[in-house]
Design a protein around this ligand. Sequence first.
Ligand SMILES: Nc1ncnc2c1ncn2[C@@H]1O[C@H](COP(=O)(O)OP(=O)(O)OP(=O)(O)O)[C@@H](O)[C@H]1O
Ligand SMILES: [Mg+2]
Length: 358
Amino acid sequence: MNPETIPNQQSAELFRPRTAAPRKEKATEPFRFEGMIGDSPVMKMTLAQVTTVAPTDATVLITGETGTGKELIARAVHNLSPRRDRVFVRFNCAAIPLGLLESELFGHEKGAFTGAIARKMGRFELAHNGTLFLDEIGDIPLELQAKLLRVLQEQEFERLGSNQPQQVNVRIVAATHRDLKQMVAHGLFRSDLFFRLNIFPVSLPPLRERREDIPSLVNAFVRDCVRRMNRHVETVSDETMRALAEYSWPGNIRELQNFIERAVIMSPHTSLVAPLDSLMLPERNVSAAPKTLAQAESNFILEAIKAADWVIGGPKGAARSLGIKRTTLIGKMRKLGLSRSREAAFQPRHETAGIAPA
Ligand SMILES: Nc1ncnc2c1ncn2[C@@H]1O[C@H](COP(=O)(O)OP(=O)(O)OP(=O)(O)O)[C@@H](O)[C@H]1O
Ligand SMILES: [Mg+2]
């Protein structure tokens, strides 16, 4: 969608600063939209998409590298929807151990399994009439994907240990840094679930593809840190700003935010002293001197996966080159906690399949 299609008045409203903070700073107040800074053409287009889809009940699938603002977009979809006064439930599919995922999502009855000492509501029930944000949806194991598809399609599910269907009214927003299409191609993600989620895709560009936003972000983050930490930084030199705008920011906005916080803490006077040397990160040497057998195995597997460009199965996949079955490799990756996100802080991420720790 073209950002120009937003009516002018609405557009002005969208990008009007929300907070009327006292203007002590030298830099001008950047455009902010639902906590997001950035008025590069590509960001405006993304925000226009959000404004269009938010008032509907459509499922939104947000994709983008780590730290690009997927969670902020998910919250914006909720805040701009008629459900804004209802609950927003965030569920990180990658953070819950495999065995607990199903009961966390769908709930369970007392006695459904060992340790189920009382009935428990799952996230779908908790999000009733509101929005359920399924973060890291690419990490949902295949075994659970069919059940998830059913609840997305029919808004109906059963708690574990019950055959009584529960009806819910939940708006789904999902996010992932993974390439779900590629996961579908490798048999790691159900195509029907992908199509059900991909009704309205929103793709967040990495920061290096919207460098125009870097000065506004830097100024805003400096200001936020100064306020929070009671520091005295007021200006950022042109030279520093140029260096920051040229860096590739593999960890995207989160990395920039953390870098600025460190810089503000280190700056004794009113001009930002940025540790620019620390931006020239050496490539992490993952195979350096393993100390345990598990570490050595992890390094070896990681090297093979990287050599296969994170393709797991198939004739060119890492499983074939390691001489093991695809499912065995996936199991090992889960056990060893190998996923592409581990590398995010060091290297630019190109979307591929990867498995989070179980
Ligand atoms: N456009 C933006 N303006 C200001 N701050 C932003 C913007 N986008 C992201 N941030 C900040 O960057 C950090 C990372 O954002 P967020 O958690 O939404 O990213 P993410 O894509 O969900 O990352 P991950 O894939 O690692 O979960 C947060 O602190 C967020 O407030
Ligand atoms: Mg996130």
